[in-house]
Structures are given as structure tokens and as C-alpha cells.
Design a protein around this ligand. Structure first.
Ligand code: IMP
Length: 451
């Protein structure tokens, strides 16, 4: 019963959509397990470009069931408009399944997200203002509205009548913005329920039935490890768990059912929103990477911050996700540079640190310790095997792999599906069990060598 989890190893936007696209042929369902319409991916299918925020990218393949798991927070308006956009472009959407237990992003969550960010001023997180944090907060507070609640107008009215006065008081008195009318909210939400009723399901049951039939399922994380609520640089994080463990809580599988964790990262780092970024580049090298890599947010259009590749959080991300192999994306964007730098460790208050200090205050004081690698001038979009790559690009990939402690199985040299080097054929990709075995062997031989 194979289950592959795709997880971002950086601050999101690592190109997970391309990874899903590459693996799509092998799987029967793609399950989104956290986040909401704060995410965004652009998928190129032949000449056509699709921009999706909520519906898993697997929807573009007729053999795949796209599933939105219980761990996702759903803005029904976004979901309905994506379904309508896809249908209008000839994509069958009746297969889309949404967990009855997924929480709904209500209009007051969006208003509260914006109001809170405005109030925090210079301390703002730089959220996407999609209501993600307030929706997850209400879930934890047990006053959330779930997708199944949209189907019962009378019960929904009762719940909203209890919740809304407090939301309106906060919006109107503390933030001095408009509140919401109960009747209008109920009418809006019941309309959403009617439109989405046929898509609602017990998605954990669906997942487990398919796993029992031996089908291969893909669990797709949004954002990335360094934005994880528990493992990222709190408070500059999102409000869910993008790490591989999130696939269990938000996707409906158990840890032992995960057979592969494919970590996705770019050959350099990017970050959107506020928060410490030790390897950030604010010079013309950074500008060049932004332009060549088209580093603008899919959801907000914001210009992403860019920096050199940072091996410190990479080691951490490989560990907390138990990554079995890696896809390295966008190495083509580094072509043309005289040299490329990798951050090996940080200096914090005069001490060397090798382990990612999630603490935002410590990270803000971290000075990167770099190793310099010679660059390569040739464009590499046409390379289809490692031996096609310039020697310095190969060295860079080898260095990144050595630093990560996991095998790089796929290297992407352009946005198209065929612009991918399959460094390890798919049947040879390590499983979580074999990756753990070789990590243990490595640790054993290192211990022997030390003795
Ligand atoms: P929120 O998820 O909208 O609450 O935003 C919290 C932080 O996560 C902000 O720094 C956002 O810029 C960042 N963020 C959320 N979604 C994404 C994403 O898909 N890619 C990159 N950054 C994201």
C-alpha cells in the first residue's frame, strides 16, 4: 500500500506542483492535507497554464481523484470558483472530494486576519490575509464551522448566532471595521453547502479504502517545513503543519502507512512575508535570481525574498520529515553566476551553530558561514542526465546531497515536465524504511570511524 508524501523543505514555493505532476502517472489520488487558499501553484499542461490555490493539482489528470483532507481550511468561495474555472476549461470536476470535517474559512476570519495584521504594524507576520490563522484558531478553540455544517441551515444558524456577536464585537470595537449580519452569513453559507454537497465525503474512509486496495496515493503538503507552526521560525509561520507528519493528522493515514517522503527544495532559498532569513540576498545577484526564477507569489503577487541555499535548515527539514529522497528544483536559475554559495552553519553571538534554531530572535542574529563553489555559465535547460550537466553544476548537486543526508533523486532544469533529470529511476527511489536503514548504517560507520 504505497503512500508518498510530498513536502516542502524550505519556506514554501519549492515547486511541489511540478513534483506532483511528475509522479501523477503512478498514483490514483492526490490528497491535500493542510493549509488553505494561502497556497498557490501554477501548472503547465501543454500550452495551457492553470493557477490553483485549493484544489489539488492532480485534478488535471482524468485518472486521479483530487481529495481535500480534513486538515485543510476551506474557503468555499475559492473552491467553487476553482471548480467552475476547471469545468469551463473542460476538466471533469465531479471527482473532487472534500472532507466533511475540513473547517470553513468564514468571511469574519478574513476580516480578522487583515485587521490583526494592520494592528501588528511593523510586527506583522505578512500573512496572505486569507483568514488562515483565525480559521485554525477557531478550530482549536472548538468554535469552528465544518464543511458538513453548511448542509444544515437551522443548526448552522444556531452555531453562528453563538459565535458572531463576539467576532463582530472584536471587529467593530477593537479594530474599528464593519461586522457581519447573521441572516446574510447564513444565506451565503447555505448556498455554499448546496453547491458543494456532492463533493463532501468522509475522506479518511476514502483514503483508507484505497490504501487497502493497494492503490498508490500522493499526499501533497502546502507551504514548507520552515513555515510549520511547530517547527518553523515562530511566530513568522503559517497556522498548520506542512511537515510530513501533517499528512497523518490532516490526510487520514497512519505513520506506518507512509512509504516514501519526497522532500522538495529549490537550488536557492526564497521566502514571502516577514521573518528572519539569514542568507537573504539584497544585491543584484538576488535581483537576477528573482527575475530569472520569476519569484513572485502565486496568491498575493508579492515579490519573494531570495537568498543562497542554506544547509542548516535543510538538515533539520530532512530529519523532522524523515525524508527518504529529494527533488532539487530550479538549478537552471543559477546558471550564469561566477560562483554559488552554500551556507554551512551560522555564527550566533560568537558561537558556531549547525542545528537550525527555530527561535526567530536567535535566527535574526545568525550570520551565515558560507562555502563558495565555482559557478557555471552554460544554460542547462536541455540537460536530461547528470552527465549532460556542466561539471560545476554536478559538483553543486553533489554538495547539496552530501549536506542533506538524503539522496537527490530528481533534478529539475526547467518548468516543463520533461525538463527533469531522473537521477534515480523511480523503482530505485528509497522508501522510508530503506532510507532509515541506510541512515542507521551511516551513523554506525561514522561511530566506528570515530572510535
Ligand atoms: P498565512 O498562511 O496566510 O497565515 O501566512 C503566514 C506566513 O506564511 C506568511 O509569511 C506568508 O507569506 C507565508 N505563506 C503562506 N502560504 C504560503 C505559500 O504558499 N508560499 C509561501 N509562503 C506562504
Amino acid at each position: 500500500m504505497p503512500a508518498t508524501v510530498i513536502v516542502g523543505l524550505q519556506w514554501g514555493d519549492e515547486g511541489k506542483g511540478k513534483t506532483t505532476d511528475f509522479l501523477a502517472e503512478d498514483v490514483t489520488a492526490v490528497v491535500r492535507y493542510q493549509g488553505g487558499d494561502n497556497a498557490g501553484h501554477t501548472i503547465m499542461l501543454g500550452e495551457e497554464v492553470f493557477k490553483l490555490h485549493l484544489v489539488p493539482s492532480g485534478v488535471l489528470y482524468p485518472h486521479i481523484t483530487p481529495i481535500i483532507g480534513n486538515g485543510v481550511v476551506v474557503n468555499p468561495a475559492t473552491l467553487i470558483s476553482e471548480i467552475e474555472m476547471l469545468s469551463a476549461r473542460g476538466i471533469a470536476t465531479d471527482r473532487i472530494r472534500v472532507s466533511k470535517h475540513a473547517h470553513v474559512i468564514m468571511p469574519y476570519h478574513i476580516a480578522l486576519d487583515g485587521a490583526m495584521e494592520a494592528r501588528l504594524a511593523s510586527a506583522a507576520v505578512g500573512t496572505t490575509r486569507r483568514g488562515i490563522g483565525p480559521a485554525y484558531a477557531d478550530r482549536a478553540w472548538r468554535i469552528g464551522i465544518r464543511m458538513e455544517d453548511l448542509l444544515d441551515g437551522a443548526a448552522l444558524r444556531g452555531k453562528l448566532a453563538r459565535i458572531l456577536p463576539e467576532k463582530n464585537a472584536t471587529l467593530q470595537r477593537q479594530h474599528r471595521v464593519d461586522g457581519f449580519d447573521l441572516d446574510e452569513l447564513v444565506a451565503l453559507a447555505v448556498g455554499w453547502g448546496r453547491r458543494l454537497e456532492n463533493h463532501l465525503a468522509d475522506t479518511t474512509q476514502l483514503v483508507q479504502e484505497r490504501m487497502a486496495r493497494g492503490e498508490h496515493l500522493l499526499f501533497e503538503g502546502a507551504q514548507g517545513t520552515l513555515l510549520d507552526l511547530d517547527h518553523g521560525s515562530y511566530p513568522f509561520v503559517t497556522s498548520s503543519n506542512p511537515i510530513a507528519g501533517g499528512a497523518c493528522t490532516g490526510g487520514g493515514i497512519g505513520p506506518l502507512q507512509v512509504t516514501e517522503v519526497l522532500g522538495v527544495m529549490k537550488a536557492y532559498a526564497t521566502r514571502v512575508g516577514a521573518g528572519p532569513f539569514p542568507t537573504e540576498l539584497t544585491d543584484e545577484i538576488g535581483e537576477g535570481i528573482i527575475d530569472r526564477g520569476r519569484e513572485f507569489g502565486t496568491t498575493t503577487g508579492r515579490r519573494r525574498r531570495v537568498g543562497w541555499f542554506d544547509a542548516v535548515p535543510l538538515r533539520y527539514a530532512v530529519a523532522v520529515n524523515s525524508v527518504s529522497s529529494i527533488m532539487l528544483n530550479k538549478i537552471d536559475i543559477l546558471s550564469g553566476l561566477d560562483e554559488v554559495l552554500i551556507c554551512m552553519a551560522y555564527e550566533v553571538d560568537g558561537k558556531r551553530i549547525d542545528w537550525w534554531p527555530s527561535d526567530a530572535d536567535v535566527l535574526a542574529r545568525a550570520k551565515p558561514i558560507y562555502e563558495r563553489f565555482p559557478g557555471w555559465k552554460e544554460p542547462i535547460h536541455g540537460c536530461r542526465s547528470m552527465s549532460d550537466l556542466p561539471e560545476n553544476a554536478r559538483r553543486y548537486v553533489d554538495a547539496v546531497e552530501r549536506l542533506s543526508g538524503a539522496q537527490i533523486c530528481l533534478v529539475s532544469v526547467g518548468p516543463e515536465r520533461n525538463q527533469t533529470i531522473e537521477r534515480l529511476p523511480r523503482l530505485q527511489r528509497p522508501t522510508t524504511a530503506s532510507a532509515l536503514g541506510s541512515a542507521a548504517t551511516r551513523a554506525g560507520s561514522e561511530a566506528t570511524a570515530e572510535r
